[in-house]
Design a protein around this ligand. Structure first.
Ligand SMILES: *Cc1c(COP(=O)(O)O)cnc(C)c1O
Ligand code: SF4
Length: 345
């Protein structure tokens, strides 16, 4: 067994241990975990100083998750846009292929909270092969985004097998791999993995840093190994209330990533997923933050601030032009011209 597999196996799933360590109520944690699973890697746990610090908030279950009664468990309408299980085909030339049902750590704000880490999200090799067949049968698809769950929870052997099959599809030109491993289990980014990914270029590695404190010696070195292998590394950040919803924090995060040759790609407005409402900021706040970043930050380090519109209408960049503020609602214009109402908190 590799070191990272050992560490993944030692991840924290016991609420009592967490409660003891941070002085929390284990019964309250259990009620949340009965609905939404918890897992924290040993590395990430060691980085948390207090339950409510920017790192703790991202992974420690919060009773507020159960207080959120949003009706939307699948706000992006992914289930309806799935022609075969675990493949989402929303845009003409690129598809999302979910290849793993679990993650190293469970983010409390996850968009796929409805199923990530749950028994219903066991993904079989048979399903992955059907997804690959679907791509092979659709010549208009030129890019695949491997997601999940976290694709890097798969062994190198399985990952290599999937990438090799994809590379034999002549019309498929680009692969993207989305993974939070560099942030939560940097030991996963082994020399062997980097060599593997390098063989399947052009390959974009989409990682997910949310706070400058996540950039430690270990995570920085993991990113440097990826960058040195020639893989293009880009980052998405979710705008999270109480974690990173201020311009100074995001300035430090984006500038640090930029220095590491990691391009900040997206700043996501929190989706309307049930159980995540306490993380959501108002759109106006995100717009104000972006306006503050624009001057100080290198243009190369400024991400697109986007909303993935409810109902599967797709991602739209949020700039003042796209938003009509209507008190408790904002109206956003989708890429296809549709006007979509967006509730504010
Ligand atoms: C986000 C997403 C993509 C990728 O969109 P980009 O704007 O190219 O990053 C593709 N398919 C689905 C279903 C998505 O949600
Ligand atoms: S790593 Fe990604 S898929 Fe996994 S819980 Fe976090 S946000 Fe969700």
């Amino acid at each position: 067994m590799e070191l990272w597999q050992q560490q993944a196996r030692e991840s924290l799933t016991c609420t009592q241990t967490l409660a003891d360590r941070f002085g929390l109520d284990s019964d309250a944690l259990d009620r949340v975990v009965a609905r939404y699973p918890m897992r924290i890697t040993p590395y990430q746990l060691a980085m948390i100083r207090q339950a409510d610090d920017p790192l703790g908030r991202q992974v420690i279950p919060d009773p507020l998750e159960l207080a959120d009664d949003s009706p939307l468990t699948d706000p992006l309408n992914e289930e309806q846009l799935s022609p075969v299980p675990n493949l989402v085909h929303r845009y003409p030339h690129r598809v999302l292929l979910l290849v793993a049902g679990s993650c190293f750590s469970y983010c409390r704000f996850c968009t796929r909270k409805r199923k990530v880490g749950c028994a219903q999200m066991k993904i079989t090799m048979g399903e992955i092969l059907k997804g690959i067949d679907y791509i092979a049968g659709h010549p208009e698809v030129n890019e695949v985004i491997l997601s999940g769950g976290d694709p890097l929870t798969l062994s190198d052997t399985l990952l290599d097998d999937i990438l090799a099959r994809l590379s034999r599809i002549p019309h498929l030109q680009v692969v993207r791999v989305g993974s939070r491993a560099p942030v939560v289990l940097p030991q996963r980014i082994t020399a062997g993995l980097c060599a593997l990914l390098q063989r399947y270029q052009p390959l974009y590695f989409l990682t997910h840093f949310n706070h400058p404190r996540e950039l430690t010696k270990e995570t920085v070195e993991a990113c440097q190994r990826l960058v040195a292998s020639g893989v293009m590394v880009v980052n998405q950040t979710v705008l999270l209330r109480g974690v990173n919803d201020d311009a100074d924090t995001l300035y430090r995060l984006f500038h640090s990533l930029f220095r590491l040759q990691i391009r900040p790609y997206y700043l996501h407005q929190m989706d309307l997923t049930c159980g995540t409402g306490h993380f959501r900021t108002r759109l106006e706040e995100g717009i104000a933050i972006m306006a503050q970043l624009r001057g100080p930050l290198s243009g190369l380090a400024v991400p697109h601030y986007i909303v993935d519109l409810p109902g599967g209408h797709g991602k739209v960049p949020v700039t003042p032009d796209y938003v009509q503020a209507l008190g408790d609602h904002a109206r956003l214009q989708a890429a296809d011209g549709t006007l979509v109402d967006y509730p504010q908190r």
